[in-house]
Design a protein around this ligand. Structure first.
Ligand SMILES: [Zn+2]
Length: 68
C-alpha cells in the first residue's frame, strides 16, 4: 500500500505510527496511515488485518485529571 521511498514501517512493525498520513478525519477522530493502519485520537489503532491495538498514551498524559 505504501509507495514512499524508502518504504514506511509496515503495519506489523512496532514503528507503524511513523508511516505517513494519507487521510485524516479529525472531526471523526481517526486518521489513515499509508501502511493501512487506522489511528484513533485516543491513540488506539486498527491494523489492516483487523487486529486492534489498545490506546497507549505516553507523553505526560498519565496523570489523573481531577474534576473541579
Ligand atoms: Zn509510506
Amino acid at each position: 500500500m505504501c509507495q514512499h521511498q524508502p518504504t514506511c514501517p509496515s503495519a506489523d512493525s512496532s514503528d507503524r505510527e511513523a508511516a505517513h498520513l494519507v487521510a485524516a478525519y479529525p472531526e471523526q477522530g481517526w486518521s489513515l496511515l499509508c501502511n493501512g493502519v487506522l489511528c484513533f485520537e485516543d491513540t488506539g489503532e486498527l491494523l489492516p488485518d483487523g487486529q486492534i491495538i489498545a490506546p497507549h498514551r505516553s507523553l505526560g498524559t498519565d496523570h489523573v485529571v481531577t474534576a473541579a
